[in-house]
Ligand binder design. Structure first.
Ligand SMILES: Cc1cc2nc3c(=O)[nH]c(=O)nc-3n(C[C@H](O)[C@H](O)[C@H](O)COP(=O)(O)O)c2cc1C
Length: 353
Protein backbone atom coordinates (compact mmCIF):
# COMPACT_ATOMS: atom_id res chain seq x y z
CA UNK A 1 0.00 0.00 0.00
CA UNK A 2 1.44 3.41 -0.90
CA UNK A 3 1.69 6.27 1.59
CA UNK A 4 -1.30 8.15 0.17
CA UNK A 5 -3.54 5.07 0.35
CA UNK A 6 -2.40 4.46 3.92
CA UNK A 7 -3.23 8.05 4.86
CA UNK A 8 -6.69 8.04 3.30
CA UNK A 9 -7.93 4.53 4.12
CA UNK A 10 -10.54 4.07 6.86
CA UNK A 11 -12.53 1.23 8.34
CA UNK A 12 -16.28 1.33 8.86
CA UNK A 13 -16.78 -1.78 10.97
CA UNK A 14 -15.68 -4.75 8.88
CA UNK A 15 -15.41 -2.72 5.66
CA UNK A 16 -12.10 -1.20 4.59
CA UNK A 17 -12.72 1.94 2.51
CA UNK A 18 -10.07 3.46 0.28
CA UNK A 19 -10.98 6.91 1.59
CA UNK A 20 -13.70 8.40 3.81
CA UNK A 21 -15.60 10.20 1.01
CA UNK A 22 -19.00 8.71 0.20
CA UNK A 23 -21.38 9.90 -2.49
CA UNK A 24 -24.69 10.06 -0.59
CA UNK A 25 -28.00 8.98 -2.10
CA UNK A 26 -29.97 11.49 -4.15
CA UNK A 27 -31.19 12.22 -7.67
CA UNK A 28 -27.62 12.44 -9.03
CA UNK A 29 -27.28 8.66 -8.48
CA UNK A 30 -30.68 7.81 -9.94
CA UNK A 31 -29.01 6.39 -13.07
CA UNK A 32 -26.19 3.99 -13.85
CA UNK A 33 -24.34 6.87 -15.53
CA UNK A 34 -24.53 8.98 -12.35
CA UNK A 35 -23.23 6.14 -10.19
CA UNK A 36 -20.36 5.50 -12.59
CA UNK A 37 -19.50 9.21 -12.58
CA UNK A 38 -19.35 9.18 -8.77
CA UNK A 39 -17.07 6.14 -8.84
CA UNK A 40 -14.83 7.73 -11.47
CA UNK A 41 -14.61 10.87 -9.34
CA UNK A 42 -13.05 8.76 -6.57
CA UNK A 43 -15.81 8.14 -4.01
CA UNK A 44 -15.05 5.11 -1.87
CA UNK A 45 -18.77 4.29 -1.59
CA UNK A 46 -21.66 5.43 -3.75
CA UNK A 47 -25.07 5.00 -2.13
CA UNK A 48 -27.50 4.40 -4.99
CA UNK A 49 -30.82 6.23 -5.16
CA UNK A 50 -33.22 4.73 -2.62
CA UNK A 51 -36.16 2.48 -3.32
CA UNK A 52 -39.16 1.13 -1.48
CA UNK A 53 -42.34 -0.70 -2.40
CA UNK A 54 -44.69 2.30 -2.05
CA UNK A 55 -46.46 3.57 -5.15
CA UNK A 56 -47.02 6.88 -3.33
CA UNK A 57 -43.25 7.30 -2.87
CA UNK A 58 -42.68 6.65 -6.58
CA UNK A 59 -45.32 9.16 -7.54
CA UNK A 60 -43.65 11.68 -5.27
CA UNK A 61 -40.90 11.96 -7.89
CA UNK A 62 -43.43 13.70 -10.12
CA UNK A 63 -43.84 16.42 -7.50
CA UNK A 64 -40.25 17.19 -6.68
CA UNK A 65 -38.73 20.64 -6.80
CA UNK A 66 -35.42 22.12 -5.75
CA UNK A 67 -34.14 25.53 -4.69
CA UNK A 68 -30.62 26.71 -3.86
CA UNK A 69 -30.45 29.89 -1.81
CA UNK A 70 -27.70 32.35 -0.93
CA UNK A 71 -26.98 34.04 2.42
CA UNK A 72 -29.89 36.52 2.08
CA UNK A 73 -32.28 33.76 0.99
CA UNK A 74 -32.09 34.92 -2.61
CA UNK A 75 -32.56 32.09 -5.16
CA UNK A 76 -29.31 31.02 -6.82
CA UNK A 77 -29.00 29.15 -10.12
CA UNK A 78 -29.28 25.46 -9.20
CA UNK A 79 -25.91 24.44 -10.63
CA UNK A 80 -23.10 25.97 -8.63
CA UNK A 81 -21.25 25.64 -5.34
CA UNK A 82 -22.27 26.84 -1.88
CA UNK A 83 -25.58 27.95 -0.45
CA UNK A 84 -28.39 26.03 1.19
CA UNK A 85 -30.76 23.59 -0.46
CA UNK A 86 -34.53 23.46 0.05
CA UNK A 87 -36.35 20.69 -1.77
CA UNK A 88 -38.88 17.92 -1.85
CA UNK A 89 -37.44 14.75 -3.28
CA UNK A 90 -38.93 11.45 -4.40
CA UNK A 91 -37.75 7.87 -4.77
CA UNK A 92 -36.39 5.84 -7.66
CA UNK A 93 -39.39 5.19 -9.93
CA UNK A 94 -37.86 2.18 -11.73
CA UNK A 95 -39.03 -1.33 -10.97
CA UNK A 96 -37.32 -2.46 -7.76
CA UNK A 97 -36.05 -5.79 -9.15
CA UNK A 98 -34.56 -4.05 -12.18
CA UNK A 99 -32.86 -1.35 -10.07
CA UNK A 100 -31.51 -3.90 -7.60
CA UNK A 101 -29.96 -5.90 -10.46
CA UNK A 102 -28.44 -2.72 -11.94
CA UNK A 103 -27.01 -1.58 -8.59
CA UNK A 104 -25.54 -5.03 -7.91
CA UNK A 105 -23.85 -4.99 -11.34
CA UNK A 106 -22.39 -1.58 -10.55
CA UNK A 107 -21.16 -2.84 -7.18
CA UNK A 108 -19.31 -5.66 -8.98
CA UNK A 109 -17.75 -3.06 -11.29
CA UNK A 110 -16.80 -0.90 -8.30
CA UNK A 111 -15.13 -3.82 -6.51
CA UNK A 112 -12.49 -3.93 -9.24
CA UNK A 113 -11.44 -0.44 -8.19
CA UNK A 114 -11.62 -1.05 -4.43
CA UNK A 115 -14.93 0.84 -4.12
CA UNK A 116 -18.51 -0.04 -3.19
CA UNK A 117 -21.93 0.74 -4.54
CA UNK A 118 -24.43 0.40 -1.70
CA UNK A 119 -28.10 -0.39 -2.12
CA UNK A 120 -30.48 1.90 -0.26
CA UNK A 121 -33.94 1.24 1.11
CA UNK A 122 -36.21 3.90 2.56
CA UNK A 123 -38.60 2.57 5.14
CA UNK A 124 -42.31 2.40 4.29
CA UNK A 125 -43.64 -1.07 5.21
CA UNK A 126 -41.33 -3.30 7.26
CA UNK A 127 -42.10 -6.60 5.50
CA UNK A 128 -41.34 -4.99 2.16
CA UNK A 129 -38.07 -3.51 3.50
CA UNK A 130 -37.02 -6.99 4.64
CA UNK A 131 -37.88 -8.46 1.24
CA UNK A 132 -35.93 -5.72 -0.56
CA UNK A 133 -32.91 -6.26 1.70
CA UNK A 134 -32.98 -9.98 0.91
CA UNK A 135 -33.30 -9.22 -2.80
CA UNK A 136 -30.28 -6.89 -2.64
CA UNK A 137 -28.22 -9.55 -0.89
CA UNK A 138 -29.31 -12.25 -3.34
CA UNK A 139 -28.25 -9.98 -6.23
CA UNK A 140 -24.74 -9.83 -4.72
CA UNK A 141 -24.65 -6.33 -3.22
CA UNK A 142 -22.04 -6.00 -0.43
CA UNK A 143 -23.47 -3.08 1.58
CA UNK A 144 -26.94 -1.74 2.35
CA UNK A 145 -28.09 1.56 3.78
CA UNK A 146 -31.52 1.52 5.44
CA UNK A 147 -32.94 5.01 5.82
CA UNK A 148 -35.58 5.14 8.56
CA UNK A 149 -35.52 8.93 8.82
CA UNK A 150 -36.24 10.82 5.61
CA UNK A 151 -37.27 14.42 6.33
CA UNK A 152 -40.60 14.00 4.55
CA UNK A 153 -42.54 11.45 6.62
CA UNK A 154 -45.05 14.04 7.84
CA UNK A 155 -45.40 15.77 4.45
CA UNK A 156 -45.44 13.05 1.79
CA UNK A 157 -48.49 10.96 0.94
CA UNK A 158 -49.51 8.73 3.80
CA UNK A 159 -47.11 5.83 4.37
CA UNK A 160 -44.85 6.50 1.37
CA UNK A 161 -41.77 7.22 3.48
CA UNK A 162 -41.20 7.24 7.25
CA UNK A 163 -39.54 9.73 9.58
CA UNK A 164 -39.02 7.33 12.47
CA UNK A 165 -38.37 9.12 15.78
CA UNK A 166 -39.16 6.34 18.29
CA UNK A 167 -36.16 4.36 19.54
CA UNK A 168 -38.21 1.19 20.19
CA UNK A 169 -39.55 1.16 16.60
CA UNK A 170 -36.09 1.75 15.18
CA UNK A 171 -34.72 -1.18 17.14
CA UNK A 172 -37.50 -3.42 15.85
CA UNK A 173 -37.19 -2.26 12.22
CA UNK A 174 -33.42 -2.58 12.17
CA UNK A 175 -33.54 -5.99 13.84
CA UNK A 176 -35.92 -7.22 11.13
CA UNK A 177 -33.85 -5.88 8.22
CA UNK A 178 -30.33 -6.47 9.58
CA UNK A 179 -31.40 -9.89 10.88
CA UNK A 180 -32.62 -10.92 7.43
CA UNK A 181 -29.25 -10.50 5.67
CA UNK A 182 -25.58 -11.21 6.33
CA UNK A 183 -24.22 -8.09 4.60
CA UNK A 184 -23.60 -4.96 6.71
CA UNK A 185 -26.60 -2.66 7.10
CA UNK A 186 -25.94 1.02 7.84
CA UNK A 187 -28.94 2.76 9.34
CA UNK A 188 -29.58 6.37 8.38
CA UNK A 189 -31.30 8.34 11.14
CA UNK A 190 -33.38 11.48 11.24
CA UNK A 191 -31.95 14.66 12.71
CA UNK A 192 -35.50 15.71 13.65
CA UNK A 193 -35.13 14.28 17.13
CA UNK A 194 -34.39 15.57 20.59
CA UNK A 195 -32.01 12.65 21.08
CA UNK A 196 -30.34 11.31 17.95
CA UNK A 197 -27.92 9.33 20.12
CA UNK A 198 -30.78 7.33 21.64
CA UNK A 199 -31.92 6.48 18.11
CA UNK A 200 -28.35 5.44 17.22
CA UNK A 201 -28.16 3.20 20.28
CA UNK A 202 -31.47 1.62 19.27
CA UNK A 203 -30.17 1.01 15.74
CA UNK A 204 -26.99 -0.55 17.12
CA UNK A 205 -28.93 -2.84 19.42
CA UNK A 206 -31.06 -3.89 16.44
CA UNK A 207 -27.91 -4.95 14.59
CA UNK A 208 -26.88 -1.91 12.52
CA UNK A 209 -23.26 -2.27 11.39
CA UNK A 210 -22.99 1.56 11.48
CA UNK A 211 -25.31 4.52 11.80
CA UNK A 212 -25.45 7.47 9.42
CA UNK A 213 -26.39 10.80 11.00
CA UNK A 214 -28.07 13.25 10.82
CA UNK A 215 -30.92 13.45 8.31
CA UNK A 216 -31.95 16.91 7.11
CA UNK A 217 -34.47 19.18 8.80
CA UNK A 218 -37.83 20.39 7.52
CA UNK A 219 -38.15 24.08 6.70
CA UNK A 220 -40.52 26.61 5.15
CA UNK A 221 -39.26 29.75 3.43
CA UNK A 222 -41.73 32.58 2.75
CA UNK A 223 -41.15 34.32 -0.58
CA UNK A 224 -41.36 38.10 -0.14
CA UNK A 225 -42.76 38.87 -3.60
CA UNK A 226 -45.54 36.29 -3.73
CA UNK A 227 -45.99 36.08 0.06
CA UNK A 228 -46.33 32.32 -0.49
CA UNK A 229 -44.06 29.51 0.72
CA UNK A 230 -41.10 28.96 -1.61
CA UNK A 231 -41.96 25.97 -3.84
CA UNK A 232 -45.44 25.98 -2.17
CA UNK A 233 -44.82 23.42 0.59
CA UNK A 234 -42.70 22.59 3.59
CA UNK A 235 -39.32 21.39 2.35
CA UNK A 236 -36.31 19.33 3.30
CA UNK A 237 -33.62 21.84 4.28
CA UNK A 238 -29.87 21.45 4.41
CA UNK A 239 -26.77 23.56 4.00
CA UNK A 240 -23.28 24.24 5.30
CA UNK A 241 -24.89 25.55 8.51
CA UNK A 242 -25.91 21.98 9.36
CA UNK A 243 -22.30 20.81 9.78
CA UNK A 244 -21.96 21.79 13.47
CA UNK A 245 -25.29 20.11 14.24
CA UNK A 246 -24.07 16.92 12.61
CA UNK A 247 -20.74 17.17 14.43
CA UNK A 248 -22.54 17.69 17.75
CA UNK A 249 -24.54 14.46 17.37
CA UNK A 250 -21.52 12.56 16.07
CA UNK A 251 -19.49 13.60 19.10
CA UNK A 252 -22.30 12.89 21.57
CA UNK A 253 -22.94 9.51 20.01
CA UNK A 254 -19.26 8.60 20.09
CA UNK A 255 -19.12 9.51 23.76
CA UNK A 256 -22.22 7.47 24.58
CA UNK A 257 -21.52 4.49 22.33
CA UNK A 258 -17.73 4.28 22.59
CA UNK A 259 -14.98 4.86 20.02
CA UNK A 260 -15.24 1.44 18.38
CA UNK A 261 -18.75 1.71 17.01
CA UNK A 262 -18.66 3.23 13.50
CA UNK A 263 -20.57 6.43 12.74
CA UNK A 264 -21.04 7.88 9.26
CA UNK A 265 -21.53 11.64 8.94
CA UNK A 266 -24.08 13.26 6.64
CA UNK A 267 -25.59 16.74 6.39
CA UNK A 268 -23.47 19.79 5.78
CA UNK A 269 -20.23 18.48 4.23
CA UNK A 270 -19.26 20.58 1.22
CA UNK A 271 -15.49 20.03 0.91
CA UNK A 272 -12.54 17.90 1.98
CA UNK A 273 -12.03 20.17 4.98
CA UNK A 274 -15.64 19.51 6.00
CA UNK A 275 -14.97 15.77 5.67
CA UNK A 276 -12.01 16.28 8.04
CA UNK A 277 -14.27 18.19 10.45
CA UNK A 278 -16.75 15.32 10.55
CA UNK A 279 -13.94 12.79 11.04
CA UNK A 280 -12.64 14.84 13.95
CA UNK A 281 -16.18 14.81 15.38
CA UNK A 282 -16.27 11.01 15.31
CA UNK A 283 -17.37 9.94 11.82
CA UNK A 284 -15.38 7.15 10.17
CA UNK A 285 -16.64 8.24 6.75
CA UNK A 286 -18.75 11.11 5.37
CA UNK A 287 -21.56 11.28 2.82
CA UNK A 288 -21.83 14.23 0.44
CA UNK A 289 -25.06 14.77 -1.49
CA UNK A 290 -26.19 18.39 -2.05
CA UNK A 291 -22.68 19.53 -2.95
CA UNK A 292 -22.59 16.90 -5.71
CA UNK A 293 -26.11 17.58 -6.97
CA UNK A 294 -25.42 21.28 -7.36
CA UNK A 295 -21.66 21.30 -7.93
CA UNK A 296 -21.15 18.15 -9.99
CA UNK A 297 -19.28 14.89 -9.40
CA UNK A 298 -15.90 16.63 -9.45
CA UNK A 299 -16.72 17.81 -5.91
CA UNK A 300 -16.06 14.26 -4.69
CA UNK A 301 -12.57 14.04 -6.19
CA UNK A 302 -11.77 17.54 -4.97
CA UNK A 303 -12.85 16.53 -1.45
CA UNK A 304 -10.52 13.52 -1.50
CA UNK A 305 -7.65 15.74 -2.67
CA UNK A 306 -8.35 18.45 -0.09
CA UNK A 307 -8.56 15.86 2.68
CA UNK A 308 -5.24 14.34 1.56
CA UNK A 309 -3.65 17.80 1.67
CA UNK A 310 -5.01 18.40 5.17
CA UNK A 311 -3.74 15.03 6.39
CA UNK A 312 -0.30 15.63 4.83
CA UNK A 313 -0.06 19.02 6.50
CA UNK A 314 -0.85 17.45 9.88
CA UNK A 315 1.19 14.31 9.24
CA UNK A 316 -1.91 12.34 10.14
CA UNK A 317 -3.99 9.52 8.70
CA UNK A 318 -7.76 9.71 8.23
CA UNK A 319 -8.33 6.78 10.56
CA UNK A 320 -6.27 8.26 13.36
CA UNK A 321 -8.05 11.61 13.43
CA UNK A 322 -11.49 10.02 13.89
CA UNK A 323 -13.00 11.47 17.05
CA UNK A 324 -10.01 13.62 18.02
CA UNK A 325 -12.09 16.75 18.57
CA UNK A 326 -15.00 14.77 20.00
CA UNK A 327 -12.74 13.32 22.69
CA UNK A 328 -11.67 16.83 23.72
CA UNK A 329 -15.13 18.32 24.19
CA UNK A 330 -15.23 19.77 27.71
CA UNK A 331 -18.21 20.43 29.94
CA UNK A 332 -18.86 24.11 30.68
CA UNK A 333 -18.11 23.38 34.33
CA UNK A 334 -14.60 22.13 33.47
CA UNK A 335 -13.52 25.53 32.16
CA UNK A 336 -11.54 28.12 34.11
CA UNK A 337 -13.50 31.28 34.94
CA UNK A 338 -13.26 34.14 32.41
CA UNK A 339 -14.99 36.81 34.41
CA UNK A 340 -16.15 39.80 32.34
CA UNK A 341 -15.24 38.12 29.04
CA UNK A 342 -18.79 38.82 27.80
CA UNK A 343 -17.97 42.53 27.74
CA UNK A 344 -15.95 42.05 24.56
CA UNK A 345 -18.99 40.68 22.76
CA UNK A 346 -21.61 43.41 23.21
CA UNK A 347 -22.17 46.80 21.52
CA UNK A 348 -20.33 49.69 23.20
CA UNK A 349 -23.60 51.24 24.47
CA UNK A 350 -24.22 48.24 26.70
CA UNK A 351 -21.17 49.18 28.78
CA UNK A 352 -21.86 52.89 29.09
CA UNK A 353 -22.19 54.07 32.69
C1 LIG B 1 -32.50 16.16 -3.51
C2 LIG B 1 -32.11 15.18 -2.45
C3 LIG B 1 -32.47 13.83 -2.60
C4 LIG B 1 -32.13 12.90 -1.62
N1 LIG B 1 -32.49 11.59 -1.78
C5 LIG B 1 -32.15 10.67 -0.84
C6 LIG B 1 -32.50 9.30 -0.99
O1 LIG B 1 -33.11 8.89 -1.98
N2 LIG B 1 -32.13 8.45 -0.01
C7 LIG B 1 -31.44 8.84 1.10
O2 LIG B 1 -31.13 8.02 1.95
N3 LIG B 1 -31.09 10.13 1.27
C8 LIG B 1 -31.43 11.05 0.34
N4 LIG B 1 -31.07 12.36 0.50
C9 LIG B 1 -30.28 12.76 1.70
C10 LIG B 1 -28.80 12.88 1.35
O3 LIG B 1 -28.24 11.63 0.99
C11 LIG B 1 -28.00 13.48 2.53
O4 LIG B 1 -28.03 12.61 3.62
C12 LIG B 1 -28.52 14.85 2.94
O5 LIG B 1 -28.83 15.65 1.82
C13 LIG B 1 -27.53 15.61 3.82
O6 LIG B 1 -26.25 15.68 3.25
P1 LIG B 1 -25.72 16.92 2.35
O7 LIG B 1 -25.60 18.10 3.26
O8 LIG B 1 -24.40 16.42 1.85
O9 LIG B 1 -26.71 17.12 1.25
C14 LIG B 1 -31.42 13.31 -0.46
C15 LIG B 1 -31.06 14.66 -0.33
C16 LIG B 1 -31.39 15.60 -1.30
C17 LIG B 1 -30.97 17.02 -1.13
Amino acid sequence: MNARAARLGVRVGALALKNPVICGSGEHVMTEAGIRAALRAGAAVVVAKSINESQAAREQLGQTDYLRTGPDWEPLPWHGEGGSVLCRSGLQPRDCAEWIAAVADLDREAAGDGAYVAGSIILAGLDAAVALARAYEAAGIRLLEFNVGTPYGDEAKHGGVATERAAASIREQVAAVAGAVRIPVWVKLTGQSENVTALAEAARSGGAAAVTMIGRMLGMLPDLDSMAPALDTNLGYGGPWALPLTCYWLARSRRAMGPDYPLVGTNGARSGQDVARMLLAGASAVEMCSAVMTGGFGVLGAAVEELATYLDAHDAAAQTIVGRAADRVKGFADLPARRDAWRDFVPAETLQA
